[in-house]
Design a protein around this ligand. Structure first.
Ligand code: FAQ
Length: 318
């Protein structure tokens, strides 16, 4: 294809995006659009799958049967989200094995938030309230992202994330209205999860490498800083209702802006965690690799069974 033909195609592509059309797997797309989606959707899928680990560790230790049922359902939902998202990524011409290889080798990232330890039951509440709350804030805009399979997966995922957020907030509410020790546990969990939750939205707009192009292609509809601000505005009144204190001495309502001002995020900590040096990075990757290796016999059996079925069908047809 000549350079002029490629430029024409790129212009037509951008015009489709500007008109608000969805891009589908068999449509022509610039190579960079395809690669950006493989990067973002697969990192999102990895986050869901790795995100099962911190909560999964608590299924045997829930304080009641009701809590166990809810937590089991939540962790299963996250597995489902990972599967929809891996399937959406595969429509862009990459195999599941390659995606896992990228995760296991450390080439692909997953959300920084899942590299922090889950120390008490209150952390399960804080994860649902804050981590799922931040995830929804970011994902609601992704239901209108320009790539069809990603946008459609996000519609379903967002519905389930809302339930996750509510179960977390309800745990926090119960603890905050409980004994002095329970309230202290809830406050301690908020103290530890607040800043890492703000980091989930990614670097500042100034430091973000992908935002400008992703906004142009309508992959992102809002910037990292816009979503972070929206999250703070929404979450502060929820903390007040719980009677808990957000661990930020610079947090205050700004009448003029009609928004909360908040303190500086520790970006050194963020990049340390993203680059693999957070408190639980090694443990999380080890758990994923080990699950993959131990599950080899299941994958082999599934392939052998599919082969056997295909041969049988062929025999019957002859
Ligand atoms: N952690 O230029 P930007 C969940 C990387 S799902 C690690 O701003 P972009 C559900 C970024 O990849 C949570 N790395 O990048 C759940 C890039 O590096 P690269 C996950 C991060 O893509 C709840 C570099 O920094 N959600 O929680 C992070 O335009 C509870 C420069 O950044 C999604 O994945 C981070 N926090 O914007 C499950 C949503 N932030 O790739 C279990 C979809 C940035 O060039 C329990 N993703 N980086 O090597 C997105 O919306 C975007 O990818 C952003 C980052 C907003 C995360």
């Amino acid at each position: 294809m000549s350079e002029k033909e490629i430029i024409d195609l790129e212009e037509q592509f951008q015009a489709r995006i500007d008109r608000g059309e969805n891009i589908e797997p068999k449509d022509w797309m610039p190579e960079k659009y395809r690669k950006t989606h493989i990067r973002q959707i697969s990192q999102h899928a990895h986050s869901e799958i790795v995100g099962m680990l911190p909560e999964g560790n608590w299924i045997t230790r829930t304080p009641s049967l009701r809590r166990k049922v809810a937590l089991l359902a939540k962790v299963q939902d996250e597995a489902g989200h990972g599967l929809y998202l891996y399937s959406a990524t595969e429509t862009l011409g990459i195999s599941r094995d390659e995606l896992f290889e990228q995760l296991h080798s450390g080439k692909a990232k997953y959300s920084s938030i899942f590299n922090y330890p889950v120390i008490t039951w209150a952390d399960i509440g804080a994860i649902g309230w804050l981590v799922d709350g931040a995830a929804i804030m970011n994902q609601v805009m992704l239901t209108r992202t320009s790539y069809g399979p990603y946008a459609r997966a996000m519609v379903r995922i967002c519905k389930e994330e809302s339930f996750h957020q509510r179960q977390g907030y309800e745990i926090m509410l119960t603890l905050a209205q409980g004994t002095k020790v329970q309230k202290e546990m809830a406050q301690d969990a908020l103290n530890r999860w607040w800043w890492p939750s703000l980091m989930m939205f990614g670097p500042t707009d100034e430091a973000s490498t992908h935002t400008e192009q992703s906004m142009k292609w309508k992959i992102k509809r809002k910037t990292n800083d816009e979503l972070r601000q929206q999250f703070v505005n929404q979450t502060v009144p929820q903390a007040e209702f719980l009677g808990l204190t957000i661990p930020d001495k610079d947090l205050k309502w700004n009448e003029e802006r009609g928004q909360y001002d908040f303190g500086e995020i520790d970006w050194d900590e963020f990049w340390r965690v993203v680059k693999g040096h957070g408190p639980c990075n090694k443990e999380r990757l080890h758990a994923r690799k080990s699950a993959y290796e131990k599950g080899k016999w299941v994958r082999d059996a599934a392939v052998a069974y599919a082969d056997k079925k295909a041969k049988q069908t062929l025999k019957e047809a002859v």
